[in-house]
Structures are given as C-alpha cells and as structure tokens.
Design a protein around this ligand. Sequence first.
Ligand code: SF4
Length: 483
Amino acid sequence: MKNSGFIDTVMEILHKEVQQYKVPVVDLIGVQTKDPYKILVSTILSARTKDETTAKAASRLFKKAPNLQSLAKLTKEEIGQLIFPVGFYNIKAAHLKKLPEALKAFGSKVPDDLDGLLTLPGVGRKTANLVLSVAFNKPAICVDTHVHRIMNIWGYVQTGTPFETEMVLRDELPHNHWQRINSILVAFGQKICLPVAPCCDICVIEHLCPQIGVTPRKIGKKRKAMYGKNTKTIISWNVNGLRALEKKGFAETAKELDADILALQEIKAAPAQLSESIKNLTGYTSFWNSASRKGYAGVCIYSRIEPRNVLYGLGLDQYDQEGRVLTLEFEDFFLINAYFPNAQHGLTRLDYKLDFNRDLLAFANNLAKEKSVVLGGDFNVAHKSIDLRNPKENEKNPGFTAEERAWMDSFLQAGFLDTFRMFNQDPDNYTWWSYRFNARARNIGWRIDYFCVDKKSENRVVDASILKDILGSDHCPVQLFFK
Ligand code: SF4
C-alpha cells in the first residue's frame, strides 16, 4: 500500500470543499431513502446522464413504481416514457422491465454482494460498486470516469481504464476512503476538476496536485492584484437567458469572472423563475429589474459592494415595463446597467430605440452632475466600421444604421468615453456573434457591448477589456477596472 499522506490530505480538503456543492444524485437518493431498490434503479438511470435529468426521471418513475411490485406492472414503453430523456432510455427501460424477474433469484430483494449485483440487467461494475457502497454501506470502490481521470492526474495510479484503476485502488487505497471516493471525486470532477480545461486557478488542492497531462483553463490575468485593492472589477454581460445559462454552468463562470459587480442583461426571467443558488450567488447581493412580459429582456446586478440606493428603470413606463435599466448608487459613483432596445428587422423599433437612447442620456447626464457615472450594457449598436466585421453589408441593418451610429456620436460628444477604445484601437474585437454560420469561430462579430464613463471620471478608469473566451451566450462579457 502507498504512503497515505497525500491521499489523506487531499481527501480531507476535498471532503470539506464538496460539502458546498450539489450532492451527486445517487448519493442524494441514498441519503433520502436508504432503499436499495431506489438506489439501484437511480444508479442505472444515472449512467451517461446529467444529475438533474436523472433526478427528474427517477422522481417520475418512483411516483408510478415506488417498489419492485409496481415496477413489474409497468410495460417497457411506460417505463421508457417515464424516464425519457435519460441517456439510452430505451435500453434502460428494457433493463428495468427485466429487473423484477431477475431479482426473483434473490428473493425479490436487491443482493448485497458484487457477484449477485453483476447478474442483474444493466448492472456493470461501476453500478454494482456504487449500490454496494450507497445502499449497503459496504466497502466498495466505485470507479467512474471522474475517479479514473483524477487519480491519473494526481499520479496516484497510472492506468488506461476505469477497471484497471479499480484494481489498483483495491490494493493501494486506504479502506477509509473507499466508500466516499466516488461521491467526492464525482462532485469535484463535475465542478472544478473538469474533464476539459479544469479550473486549476481556483482549485483548493492546486498546491498539492502534479497536474499530470492537464491543460488548465485559461482566464484573464488576475490584473486586479496589480491595480490595487481600491480598484473594482465591473463586468457586463448580455446572457441571452439566465435560465439557459444556469444549465451551462453560470455559477462556475461567475466564480471564474470574480467581479466585484456583475451586471447582466437580457436575463429573460423573473427572480421567482430562478433557482435559489442563482438568485443568491455566494458572496453577492442581487438586484433585479425584470420585464413585465415573461421570458423577455430584463436586467440584474450582483454586487459584493453594498449600494447606498437602487434605482429601478428610468421612471418612464414605456421602457420600464421592459426591464431595461437598473442603477446602483455607490458612495462615489453610479453604475447604470442598461439593455438598449434592438431596432429590429425592418427597423420597426428604431424610433422607440432612439427615444430610449435620448432619455437614457438625459438620465445619465443628470446623475453625472452628482458623482461619477459608469454606464455599462448591451448598447445594441456598433459605433464605427472598425466595430463589426462586415460594415458595408450592414449599413442599413439594425445595430448599424446611420441614425443609431449618430446617436452614439452624440453620446460621446456629450462627454461620455468608450473605455475599451481608451486602451485598444485594433479591429476584430467583438462582443456579439450570430449563432449562425459558425460566426464566433470565424470571428465574424460586432462590438455592441460597452462600458462608458462620464468625462470627469476618465482618470478613474484603470483598464477595459473584452472577455471573448467566456462562453454561454451569443455575447461575451466586457470588463472594466475602475478605481
Ligand atoms: S489542480 Fe487542476 S488538475 Fe489538479 S485537481 Fe485541481 S483542478 Fe484538477
């Protein structure tokens, strides 16, 4: 057996770390039910399926089939309908249909040994070990792809398959880790030590990990440290639907962005439609201004700094019902988060947009009389030819019409500064790409998201950039360092 120092230390740290994460679904069902039948069935369902999907499918199935007897009464088709859309639902439905018959050999009970479990339809070593561990509390090592992968990253094993890893771990791993290794490493592997581009920069065991064969994710330089503790990181992002982004890992991305203030546009949701963890991102207070129309527009701000005051909208009903503006007043500046209207195909909303632009500028000018103003958001306009890949073709299209660009001219002439252009005069810097034509990969985009500040705050701007590598929406975030 190996020296247990390394594994004891990392398991201790990760045991504490993963308590903050969602519990893997099979463990959750184990804790909630202690029922070997439900643990076995949910383990079968969970293969190649996301935890959320497994949890919903298991809940539907257990409502109709809370035990083996009721499962036996369902047809394969009924089971398939109940567990859809778990991965390979047809095959799993066939396995589950055969399960009551197969369990007769064990007195219609789930067997509590590896050999017995391996005779059941749809049960391989991984499933069997997980059932032994979760349902029967027996020392078993369940090696799935996360355990296999992370053990190799740590150099604890040098193996080619999960089966080889299991065999080595049976010899090498101290027994006290057998039962918990799977739930800890699955949770950790889903959240931090991801299969592609793991988040080594925020990993609690980075100092211990040899990172064998790993290419960590690339994030922007942690420039805040260079800029001093009074510099605030402010990020604006049109997320094109916060509920959709949650499924793509918004909580992890927000952690990665590490902003002091994170302003989102086009959230397309009211707080009541969002999960608690998204409404209350750890470390932030959140503020919301959703549209009255469901699933449309809307803005929100997460802030680590407590504002003095919150202003909802512009005080003008025609815009405020669309949830387009949210302003936080801090001690020495206002942050306006704005989602400018789109002029729309055929320019049907151009007049509405120009009215909004005019009224927003008046609002910002008014606030700027009092203290600094930072105006960030999706302006829905590319200002100059340098700000989009195909200016000629788009001259009459929404977002690049002469009228919209003229307003942007007048906005800058009124004294506001486009902070990105204070630092970067290069072409090919975009913040939005169509979902069509592989536009993002080909960088056929538009720069329509901005941070602007009033003229007298120019020397408070430390840096501004575009975070083009952050995925999850058709826009990427833009960032401002402001002191
Ligand atoms: S440092 Fe990176 S590779 Fe190592 S465990 Fe952490 S996330 Fe995984």
